[in-house]
Write a protein that binds this ligand. Structure first.
Ligand code: ANZ
Ligand code: ZN
Length: 793
């Protein structure tokens, strides 16, 4: 039966409603699940990449991405899942520190402010976060365990120190990992020289991910994590996980597995040998020169040209004893393969370019596949697999990071004593800080600016680094470098579920809770982290799995890469001055309107364009929805059937579209339903369903309609998601023209299953028809099935 909704005429006031429900949700712990008493297979760990709290606060791009994650969380909750959706702050690192230096304030103070600001903004968006479990990576409670992680790495033989040619950013005054060095385009930055002057972009240019300054190479002693020994597992693991395709491809390419051979060439008139790495042993018969890497020649980043210098030496071809000149060149990378290439101009473009320039012989012999086996049989070389992936450089000569928890003892070093355990590189004199002494706290200092001399600011503070050797008790020195902020973020998702438990103080993550709560069910984030955070987190998770701290090998079985929001056609950026701050829109229209707007703009993995005009329209839409509940329109039985049919159609559409992150088309469906209800009216049943469909997108208004107008008990966000009945979905309506004396008077829509007699009855009752046949007796009824009725009076 059509039941009339309760009448209530009030204005839609987003300010009152949104604040009210945010407070109620918090008070009732609606979004803080009881993790210790989970039902089997009920958990849904829904994670959005935590932001670094910048000075500007959240921008509309964050609102877009985080709402995308919140929608699916709310949907899953209404589908019976116990949703765990935590949030935190990636507050350590160069980003936060550079800003603090700019405004001449200690990063600690700045971070306190910026995290609070972020929290307020995120609360005002109305996301279903568990605010009782947040993580701030610069808190000693947190980074104590980042230091523990470092020691775990060391114990596993995966953290080592070595002198290496590394990338150095002259502006950030610190070294960078390979993954943090990229083309200006990838970094989204205008390239700058070391004095900060803008320069024009060239193809080979590599800049700092953070600031866009051209990186330099320096030989420095640094700490590395040996991610390369996980290259194969990182690669094969990709087969087991459900990730956005472009991210999988980026990881594969970054790992860059290439199968080939190392082949040795004898040097003429000497006992020396030179070893090349090649993926094409079948070209061995056409080798006409050997190319080594040279430091004396200008690097290809500076000179676009291939440069070379003949060494005066010849190598001997193993197959036919030809003499092959050895050249020093600038196009062979010292740290890839063996750092030596066999030059095959006939089959390799780069070699061809070089050979032509220096008039080196070009020989095109037949390719010989059998060389793959023959070379090993003859002992000329061995099969070898190379990876593009380099070890992860984790030390930073900066202040704002977790101090590396290692101690160096000269006395032990001279005796050659090293830490027990399987330190790969030996590392005499180096010992991890005993676990009971963690955290090694970052001291409060005034001179926290980097000097760029290859040492971090803590180096100037003997009160920090003076310590005793954990092994022999002599005077020793603590490491003064801090960790890359990507170490902080490599494990944060493990910490959330354990927080607020008694264990949180004693362990980084409870192994029991992890067993229940991990892995993350859906990870939502930007594709720009493909080879940074997403690779590091997988690696760290695998190591912790190997050390038996975790039961799962892959941290994020499902990852969705969201798109990037743009503004009036251009990428949002500070330098363009087109960054949209969501606060003003939340204030003016409410967060429900903003949420709906950003979700309606376009595809979740696309590049939606934020335009002010659009948000007005969305605001009007919500006011229309509000009116449907304030002043419900009476509905006839016949129209109600139509509304039901439409409702089931839309429930189906929204349900399938949300699962595929097609939020824009889900909202379009909801709008269709709103139109139908506006035209025809509805009953309470339908209004309930409409409120539920809206709930993931516009959680506050949905809650208000649910509780104040529909008088339902409990939160709409834990009500059941509406089900649809397929029998309603069949297109079983037919439209029939109704004439009186041959004149069209009306059209009616009826169920196709009705009999001729029933249809004629509906037609007679239609007011537009009835007025013409009222007094006159109907003499004749002409019925053409599925088309027309003509009443002759
Ligand atoms: C002979 C040859 C003939 C090659 C041919 C290619 C094509 P990927 O797939 O990236 O592993 N190479 C080896 N070490 C190098 C280095 N340190 N710097 C620059 N180039 C290097 O590429 C492997 C190929 O890149 C190797 O196979 C080698 O050239 C070159 F028709 O050997 B090839
Ligand atoms: Zn010692």
């Amino acid at each position: 039966m059509a039941q009339e909704p309760i009448q209530k005429s009030v204005e839609y006031n987003h300010r009152n409603i949104e604040k009210k429900w945010q407070d109620v949700w918090q008070k009732n712990n609606l979004y803080s699940p009881d993790i210790k008493n989970l039902k089997k297979n009920q958990k849904f760990y829904n994670l959005w990449m935590f932001p670094y709290p910048s000075a500007e606060g959240l921008h509309a791009g964050h609102a877009f991405a985080s709402t995308g994650s919140d929608v699916i969380g709310r949907f899953m909750r209404m589908n019976g899942k116990t949703v765990f959706q935590p949030i935190g702050y990636d507050s350590f690192g160069i980003h936060s520190e550079n800003y603090a230096i700019k405004i001449n304030e200690n990063p600690k103070e700045v971070v306190k402010r910026t995290t609070k600001h972020y929290e307020n903004q995120m609360r005002s968006l109305g996301h279903g976060y568990d605010w009782n479990r947040t993580v701030t990576t610069s808190d000693p409670d947190y980074y104590r365990w980042t230091q523990w992680l470092f020691i775990e790495m060391f114990k596993q033989g995966l953290a080592y120190r070595k002198k290496a040619e590394v990338n150095f950013c002259p502006s950030c005054k610190t070294v960078l990992a390979d993954e943090q060095v990229m083309t200006p385009k990838m970094a989204g930055k205008e390239p700058k020289d070391k004095d900060g002057n803008l320069i024009s972009e060239t193809e080979d240019m590599r800049v700092c991910e953070r600031c866009g300054t051209i990186v330099e190479k320096r030989d420095l002693d640094q700490w590395f994590f040996q991610i390369t020994s996980y290259a194969d597992r990182l690669l094969s693991g990709l087969e087991k996980i459900d990730w956005s395709e472009r991210v999988v491809t980026a990881q594969k390419e970054w790992i860059g597995k290439s199968a080939g051979m190392k082949i040795k060439f004898k040097i003429k008139d000497s006992d020396d040998e030179i070893e090349v790495f090649t993926t094409r042993p079948d070209t061995l018969d056409s080798v006409t020169f050997i190319a080594t890497s040279s430091k004396d020649l200008e690097s290809p980043e500076k000179s676009k040209e291939k440069l070379g210098k003949f060494t005066g030496r010849y190598a001997i071809s193993p197959t036919d004893s030809r003499e092959i000149p050895v050249w020093e060149t600038n196009y062979v990378a010292a740290n890839y393969g063996t750092g030596v290439v066999m030059g095959v101009p006939a089959y390799d473009e780069r070699d061809m370019e070089f050979a032509k320039k220096y008039s080196i012989n070009i020989l095109e012999n037949k390719l010989d596949e059998s060389l793959w086996t023959k070379i090993e049989e003859k002992g000329w070389g061995v099969k070898h697999t190379n990876y593009h992936l380099r070890d992860w450089l984790v030390s930073r000569q900066r202040y704002w990071g977790a101090p590396i928890p290692m101690v160096y003892c000269e006395t032990c070093s001279l005796k050659g004593t090293n830490s027990k355990g399987k330190t790969l590189q030996g590392m005499p004199g180096w010992f991890p800080v005993p676990e009971k002494d963690l955290p090694i706290e970052l001291p409060d200092i005034d001179d926290y600016k980097p000097e760029g001399n290859g040492k971090g600011p803590l180096e100037n503070h003997s009160e920090f680094w003076k310590t005793k050797c954990p092994n022999c008790g002599s005077d020793a020195k603590r490491e003064t470098d801090v960790m890359d902020t990507f170490v902080d973020s490599s494990w944060y998702y493990l910490r959330y579920p354990t927080l607020k438990g008694s264990d949180a103080e004693n362990v980084p993550f409870s192994e029991n809770i992890s067993k229940e709560m991990l892995p993350v069910d859906l990870y939502f984030g930007g594709a720009e982290h493909a080879v940074l955070h997403l690779m590091y987190a997988r690696f760290v998770n695998m190591v912790l799995f190997d050390r038996k701290h975790l039961n799962h090998e892959e941290p994020f079985p499902k990852f969705f890469a969201h798109g990037l929001m743009i503004k009036d056609g251009a990428k949002m950026s500070k330098s363009r001055g087109n960054v949209v701050n969501p606060d003003q829109y939340i204030e003016k229209y409410g967060s429900d309107t903003l949420r709906l707007y950003v979700m309606f703009l376009g595809q979740m993995d696309g590049y939606p364009d934020f335009r002010d005009s659009g948000i007005e329209g969305m605001s009007r839409f919500l006011k229309r929805v509000w009116k449907l509940y304030c002043n419900p329109k009476k509905i006839s039985e016949q129209d109600l059937a139509k509304v039901y049919s439409k409702t089931h159609q839309i429930v189906k559409k929204v349900t399938t579209d949300i699962k595929e992150f097609k939020y824009n088309t889900s909202i379009a469906g909801i709008m269709e339903l709103v139109n139908t209800i506006s035209d025809l009216g509805s009953d309470n049943q339908t209004l309930k369903i409409l409120a539920k469909l809206l709930a993931p997108f516009a959680p506050h208004i949905a809650e208000e309609l649910w509780s104040e107008f529909l008088k339902e008990k409990g939160s709409i966000h834990v009500s059941n998601w509406p089900e649809y009945d397929d029998s309603y979905l069949v297109q079983n309506e037919i439209t029939i023209a109704v004439q009186v004396n041959g004149k069209l008077r009306s059209t009616i829509i009826v169920d196709s299953k009705l009999s001729e007699k029933e249809i004629i009855n509906v037609a007679k009752k239609d007011p537009k028809v009835a007025q013409w046949i009222e007094d006159g007796q109907v003499k004749k009824e002409i019925f053409i099935p599925n088309k027309l009725i003509n009443f002759v009076v």
